[in-house]
Design a protein around this ligand. Structure first.
Ligand SMILES: Cc1ncc(C[n+]2csc(CCOP(=O)(O)OP(=O)(O)O)c2C)c(N)n1
Ligand SMILES: [Mg+2]
Length: 403
């Protein structure tokens, strides 16, 4: 009887089996409905859909990162304003902290170039570097051209890099960076690795040919690539409407057939959600995404004109602002939606930390930043005779003949 196929069939069709299958079927349908409902909710911008899955520790780390960037930038600005010994002349990231933090929280930030996700940065690199995991002390020393800095004092702000955490470098040129980044994404795909490449770029990169060839190649080759365009409204001293015919630069993704997402760059949770979706998509082999984060920088383009020591932001007329003037009210309006305040409120509202703990974190961050700059200031300076080291190969090189 046992071998009778009909019996087997009967067994399969027993009331118990039927009801179990029915249950599983119903459960599967319910699961599908929930997941469908969730994707609709996500598509409708439900607040914090991915971030809700993060542990309290991960959320606290995000808040801490935002604060570390904020106090690093403020301290660097104060240094520039008050310390004649300080040699760095930096581009500040204050105001944009939630972008770097939200994006890098969705990335793998260790394992070196062959395993970590890779981030390519800009002329405004310090926020990206800290969020990716670059050591603050070593970076502060590097920015001040110290021999024991992150890159031996050769790089300074414009060429900071730390491949160990996948921070592939700042870049002084507006445009070519993303082409190099897509090259990395191509290499990753060719190697069969599951790494993802993020390119940070400003609104100023939109009108370069590199921006378009980057999206074209990323789409064409279905690369694991994310272009995070930080639209802080200005490139140097020109409003982005001078060089971009669209309100949303994310619309530029449409002709290349890849998602173009606009996100509130002041809200770290929203940035994280968009980044996580794009990273999952890239890792799954589904290709590239363009994310436009609407944001604002609190200081002027370069250096600290208009800033006062101990105060956040720069106001007033920047003598270099020949084409567009940033009205003080515009700066203040953006400061009302401050990424630090927004993150703090979310953490407290969600019950992740309380106000006292938030204050405690801020106090220890301030101390960490002060210690980092104090350590950097004591480091040996580069010597002029070191200038040509690492330029030519030392010793002899065997003559080679080709062909
Ligand atoms: C090829 C090139 N052209 C011009 C410059 C001068 N430059 C430095 S930063 C900048 C504007 C960058 O604006 P954006 O991309 O919006 O970044 P933001 O400074 O706003 O962060 C320009 C034109 C440059 N560095 N490289
Ligand atoms: Mg800009």
């Amino acid at each position: 009887m046992l071998d009778n196929p009909d019996h087997k069939n009967e067994e399969r069709m027993s009331p118990m089996a039927t009801s179990r299958r029915g249950f599983l079927k119903a459960a599967a349908m319910a699961g599908a409905a929930v997941s469908f409902g969730t994707s609709i909710a996500r598509a409708n911008g439900e607040i914090g859909f991915w971030a809700k899955d993060l542990t309290d520790q991960q959320l606290t780390d995000m808040f801490t990162t935002i604060l570390r960037i904020r106090w690093h930038e403020r301290t660097m600005a104060d240094k520039m304003l008050t310390d004649p010994e300080y040699r760095g002349y930096n581009h500040f990231y204050a105001g944009q902290e939630a972008v770097a933090t939200g994006v890098c929280a969705a990335l793998r930030n260790s394992g070196g170039v062959m395993q970590a996700d890779l981030a390519y940065s800009t002329h405004r690199p310090t926020g990206h570097a800290l969020a990716k995991g670059v050591d603050m002390k070593l970076m502060a020393a590097e920015n001040d051209f110290r021999a024991t800095g992150l890159n031996g004092g050769y790089a300074a702000e414009m060429h900071l890099s730390d491949p160990e955490v996948g921070f592939m470098g700042a870049d002084g040129m507006i445009g070519p960076g993303p082409v190099i980044a897509t090259g990395s994404a191509f290499a990753i795909k060719a190697r069969g690795s599951d790494q993802v490449v993020v390119n940070f770029g400003g609104d100023g990169t939109y009108a370069t040919p590199h921006f378009h060839s980057t999206l074209n190649n990323a789409a064409l080759l279905k690369l694991p690539f994310i272009y995070v365009l930080e639209n802080n409204l200005y490139h140097q001293y020109a409003h982005y409407s001078y060089s971009c015919p669209m309100k949303d630069i994310a619309d530029a993704a449409a002709p290349y057939g890849i998602p173009g997402i606009v996100v509130d760059g002041q809200d770290v949770i929203q940035v994280y959600n968009a980044a996580k979706t794009a990273v999952d998509r890239a890792r799954a082999g589904e290709g590239a995404t363009l994310i436009e984060a609407k944001t604002y920088r609190y200081y002027n383009h370069w250096g600290a004109p208009g800033a006062k020591p101990g105060e956040l932001g720069a106001f007033g007329y920047d003598p270099l602002a020949i084409s567009s003037f940033r009205p003080e009210r515009e700066v203040r309006a953006w400061m009302q939606r401050d990424p630090v305040d927004i993150a703090r409120k979310i953490m407290i509202d969600w019950g992740v930390i309380d106000a006292a703990r938030a204050e405690g974190i801020e106090a220890s961050v301030k101390q960490e930043v002060a210690d980092a700059f104090a350590w950097a200031a004591e480091q040996p300076l580069c010597k002029p005779e070191d200038g040509l080291r690492h330029v030519f190969v030392e010793g002899t090189v065997e003559a080679r003949q080709f062909g």
